[in-house]
Design a protein around this ligand. Structure first.
Ligand code: GCW
Length: 712
């Protein structure tokens, strides 16, 4: 028998390659996996990086950039070039005007372009330098070079064309950790806090460096280490030393450390007799405290504050305003160039007169203060007026405080969207909110944004985010904080290629799944503008029937207002008139249910069950259709994933398959419980073809989840 050795060898190699491509991954590497490229891509990348050249002395930041390039090239090509000191053909050259004076020379064609890129931007160019053909990554600062290096690696990994140049559109791009000092995480679904406060400052986990790399690769430049429901201890000397140790690790990556401050800290530490922001004793205390922090962390970013909200102390306890409180802290950090991010997430304190619509309160408290805040205060506003719902119209404060810099706060952790079990790609949620301005002449959102904050979904789970697909939400947040006009689909495509490889049979179908995933969740949880009908406290699962909580505005019935006559919250002039807080064009459009986008219908209107929808169905029938659609799409997500099984490593495949199966069950639960409940209220029959819920309403009411995760 003759053996065709070359054919056998080829077959063997093919099998090996297929096995290698499908090798199990645990997700720790995030989107920085740097797996081997195919031959053509390798040749292309190699030709751009025969050597890595950095003129001038290395800094911790350029060291990080060069190390990342070497790591990436070693992974993608099998071997990394050593750093070289001489510019030669094929060099990957990292240069700032200070490092390569010819970039600063009047004759340099890049001089003008560099001048537009600010401190953090970068450009990439195939060009000639000192007589050699090079790939140039140029920036005005070392941090720009680091961002440029990550962008170049991203392009190399996805086969994208080099971006000519890029600079962040927002200056503050921050993660907010809701991490407690005992390592629990409020609304955290990815294990314990990554900050091991007990072991710090002596023990600095390698994870902190990998966290810095991942965030720098997206351009995130700040992180608030602790929960906005803060404790006084975080501002004591031992914790300042711990925060300083984290800051030391993050600094080379351009990431500043911030802390959430509890307003009554000096009083609770028994170092003052009051926390009144106008008391000289209190002001002096905060000034000393700021000085102490800056001694340990010279580039400390500043404070994030949740005040007079959900039981947190604040200036109103002393009959002072939010501006009085924020400005007092701002004065303490101003000499050090620090900032204060003061949150607008407030609603009436217990016992106080309740506004007739919780959605109105932040605007009512903050709008009159426009112009009263110090220059280094930003007001941080959640994307919507209620609370990180699967869908909310944008917060009316955007566009309403022209004299105050506003930061938009998104929640990357999916407190209300199925935790880290259900797939819900938030890129589409971010995009929908951020592009709101194109829909109004008042230019509501983008024009007022100066920063973006994302409540982190990061924990100590091996895969960081609780699930592989939740990594995409961290990724999308970072990319959109850099460029709020970026498109959710483009970002998903980038992430999918980096995370699962550029194979055209894999990444595009994954992107399609991601793009429908959040709408799927909206449909099976809160279609047509419904909101806040989740289980009490943990916010898992349906509980539209809850009506007995201590505050009316904690009850789902307060929000959906369903009764025999109809469903929805009337926020028009006939109702709470929350609409008057929006720009006139929007208020007019949304005042009429016929011109209100269907997705916000029941957010703004209370309508009869037989209201005629554009589909020709009654509102009742439309609601049922949406619940069915949500369930059908959840099933489709699962089926699409199963079809990808041969192309995805077994470990990540199985992890997600299990989650998608559970998501189908969650969708059934939501659909059936909501239909059972709304039917009990409307008294209407289910139209033919609509399947009755599997159980009677009382069954759903009896379910409880005392150990659901995520409580602080
Ligand atoms: O969404 C709610 C959460 C609280 C959170 C609060 C806030 C940190 O349920 O857990 O507290 O918002 O944003 O302050």
């Amino acid at each position: 028998m003759r053996i065709n050795f070359s054919a056998a060898l080829a077959a063997l190699l093919l099998t090996l390659c297929a096995t290698a491509a499908a090798a199990d991954e645990d997700g720790y590497d995030l989107w920085l996996r740097y797996r081997p490229l195919d031959r053509t891509a390798q040749a292309n990348v190699q030709s751009q990086a025969r050597s890595i050249v950095l003129p001038g002395a290395a800094s911790p930041t350029t060291q990080a950039a060069v190390a990342e390039l070497q790591r990436g090239l070693a992974g993608m090509l099998g071997k990394a070039p050593a750093p070289a000191s001489r510019i030669a053909d094929g060099a990957l050259l990292l240069a700032t005007p200070a490092r390569l004076p010819e970039l600063a020379a009047v004759a340099s064609p890049l001089r003008a372009e560099l001048a537009t890129l600010g401190n953090e931007g970068y450009l990439q160019r195939q060009t000639r330098v000192q007589g050699h053909n090079v790939t140039l990554i140029a920036a005005n600062s070392d941090i720009g070079l680091l961002y440029g290096a990550y962008a170049w690696l991203r392009d190399a990994g996805t086969g994208a064309r080099l971006e000519a140049s890029s600079a962040p559109k927002l200056s503050l791009r921050l993660l907010n950790h809701w991490d407690n000092l005992d390592r629990t995480v409020e609304r955290g679904y990815a294990g314990q806090s990554i900050w091991d406060w007990w072991a710090l400052p002596d023990i600095k986990d390698q994870r902190y460096t990998d966290y810095a790399r991942a965030n720098a690769s997206l351009g995130i430049n700040g992180t608030v280490l602790n929960n906005v429901n803060s404790k006084p201890e975080v501002l004591t000397a031992p914790f300042i030393a711990k925060a300083a140790a984290v800051a030391d690790v993050l600094r080379p990556y351009g990431i500043k450390v911030y802390l959430s401050a509890r307003f009554s800290t000096p009083l609770e530490l028994k170092e003052t007799s009051t926390a009144d922001p106008l008391s000289p004793e209190v002001r002096a205390w905060w000034q000393r405290k700021a000085d102490e922090i800056y001694k340990a962390i010279p580039d400390f970013g500043g404070f994030l504050v949740k005040a007079n909200s959900e039981g947190q102390p604040g200036p109103q306890d002393y009959h002072r305003t939010h501006a009085d409180g924020a400005n007092m802290l701002a004065a303490a950090v101003a000499p050090h160039k620090g900032i204060v991010m003061w949150r607008a997430f407030v609603y009436a304190p217990k016992g106080a007169h309740l506004a007739d619509d919780r959605a109105r309160q932040a605007y009512e408290e903050f709008k009159p203060l426009d112009g009263d805040f110090s220059a280094n205060v930003l007001v941080q506003v959640k994307n919507g007026a209620i609370d990180f719902q699967p869908r909310e119209p944008f917060h009316p404060l955007f566009g309403a405080m022209p004299k105050t810099p506003l930061m938009m706060e998104f929640q990357i952790a999916k407190e209300y969207l199925g935790y880290s079990t259900d797939m819900a790609y938030l890129g589409t949620l971010f995009e929908e909110t951020l592009e709101s301005d194109t829909k109004t002449a008042a230019g509501a959102v983008a024009n007022t944004l100066t920063g973006m904050a994302g409540v982190a979904n990061i924990g100590s789970d091996r895969n960081w985010a609780g699930s592989q697909f939740d990594q995409a939400n961290w990724y999308a947040f970072g990319r959109m904080a850099w460029n709020p006009q970026a498109k959710a689909r483009d970002i998903a495509a980038e992430w999918a290629a980096l995370t699962f490889g550029p194979d055209k049979r894999v990444a595009p179908p994954i992107v399609d799944m991601m793009m429908i995933s959040r709408e799927t969740v909206v449909n099976y949880m809160t279609p047509l503008g419904l909101h806040h009908i989740m289980g009490t406290g943990h916010h898992f699962g349906p509980a539209p029937w809850v009506d007995n909580l201590e505050r009316p505005d904690w009850n789902p019935v307060y929000y959906h207002r369903a009764s025999r006559d109809g469903i929805g919250f009337d926020r028009t002039a006939k109702g709470s008139n929350a609409l008057e807080q929006y720009a006139p064009e929007i208020a007019r459009q949304y005042a009429d249910p016929k011109t209100t986008p269907e997705q916000y219908l029941l957010w703004f209107h209370h309508l009869p069950w037989d209201y005629a929808m554009p589909s020709g169905r009654t509102l009742w029938a439309e609601l049922l259709t949406r619940y069915d659609q949500g369930l059908a799409d959840a099933r489709s997500l699962h089926a699409r994933w199963v079809a990808l099984k041969p192309l995805i490593d077994a470990r990540r495949y199985t992890e997600e398959e299990q989650r998608l199966t559970r998501q189908v069950n969650n969708a059934i639960l939501w659909r059936d419980a909501c239909i059972a409940y709304f039917q009990s209220v409307s008294g209407l029959a289910l139209p033919p073809g609509v399947q009755a819920p599997a159980h009677p309403l009382d069954y759903y009411k009896s379910l409880s989840y005392p150990y659901a995760p995520g409580r602080g």
